[in-house]
Write a protein that binds this ligand. Structure first.
Ligand SMILES: [Fe+2]
Length: 321
């Protein structure tokens, strides 16, 4: 159903049990807009059992009115905070909820990078960092459920998780700085919201001109964030530098190893790893060990090998049976 119509689809997983969404929820029961029927009025309590029943009936998408889009985003961010604080929700369920919500808010900011959408992403990133810091099982659970289909929004969430977990393992900075870095990692590709979708989604090889367009996304991303809801330098640098390579072959500035901060080097490694191990319309996903092997050999001079080893250790810990 196109978004120009009055309803927009949202994944069922982004509704939170034991909450009262302040927008009407609809189900698609026939074809077209006429087939959309009211399921729950705004402000009615949504129980765990009701959500389970919908899932059991094969429903994975519900609909809201287009005009309620902003309300839905605020509801998601608000609920996320509350979910994190609930003691009675197991880590695995929290992981599912946060991962689902994060995909939703990043998808939204990629479609419409206005200030309130950027700020909701920043809030979600803060919750990711707090969760990964406080719960030893969080990263392991994320690793199990990560999407292997490449979309900019799933990739962004995966990168935020890996970057946060790696910085935590390396004890590189305090919690406040980690939250800023998490924001930068979640928003690292936001500049792609300004790149022609025909180029972003092209199946074949890019022409040199098209690649020049793609290369603009780090600077466009920094501009979007700094013009709307500015990030401290550590986070903004991740957006700007995540395609810089240690041998100077990266973009946008062609910095060499000495000119790239450690957090951007980490994000670059994670960005490549996630891109290699996920499926796109024109390529299959590589197994994790093959991706790491390529990064250790063919990309030896491009990525920091000491940091890559830390990623290997991190993945090794959660991959063991
Ligand atoms: Fe990127």
């Amino acid at each position: 159903m196109p978004e120009s119509l009055s309803f927009i689809p949202i994944p069922l997983e982004t509704l939170i049990e034991e909450s009262s969404p302040d927008f009407d929820i609809y189900l698609q029961q026939g074809s077209g807009e006429k087939g959309v029927v009211l399921y729950r009025e705004a402000n009615l309590f949504l129980s765990h059992n009701q959500l389970v029943r919908l899932k059991h009936n094969g429903i994975d998408t519900v609909f809201i009115r287009g005009a309620d889009r902003g309300k839905r985003l605020r509801y998601m961010a608000g609920q996320l905070r509350q979910v994190m604080e609930r003691q009675n929700i197991p880590t695995s369920r929290k992981t599912d909820i946060i991962y689902g919500l994060s995909k939703g808010v990043v998808e939204n900011v990629m479609e419409d990078p206005r200030i309130e959408n950027v700020e909701i992403c920043k809030e979600v990133a803060v919750q990711h960092v707090a969760f990964i810091i406080s719960d030893e099982l969080a990263f392991q659970n994320f690793f199990k459920i990560m999407s292997y289909d490449y979309y900019t929004h799933t990739h962004s969430v995966n990168v935020c998780i890996f970057v946060t977990a790696l910085i935590k393992a390396l004890r590189l900075c305090d919690e406040q700085t980690m939250k800023v870095l998490g924001m930068g990692a979640l928003l690292h590709d936001i500049g792609k919201s300004r790149i022609d979708k025909a180029i972003l989604n092209k199946r074949g090889r890019l022409t040199p001109e098209e690649f020049e367009e793609i290369k603009k996304h780090p600077e466009l991303g920094v501009k979007i964030v700094q013009d709307s809801s500015p990030l401290p330098a550590a986070g903004a640098n991740i957006i700007l530098n995540h395609h810089e390579k240690c041998d100077g072959s990266g973009y946008p500035r062609g910095l060499n190893a000495d000119g790239i901060d450690v957090y951007s080097k980490i994000t670059c490694i994670v960005d490549i790893f996630d891109a290699l191990t996920t499926t796109r319309c024109y390529k299959g996903a590589l197994p994790g060990f093959s991706a790491l092997e390529i990064m250790q050999n063919e990309m030896r001079d491009q990525v920091n090998q000491a940091l890559l080893k830390e990623l290997i250790v991190l993945i090794g810990k959660v991959s063991r049976p």
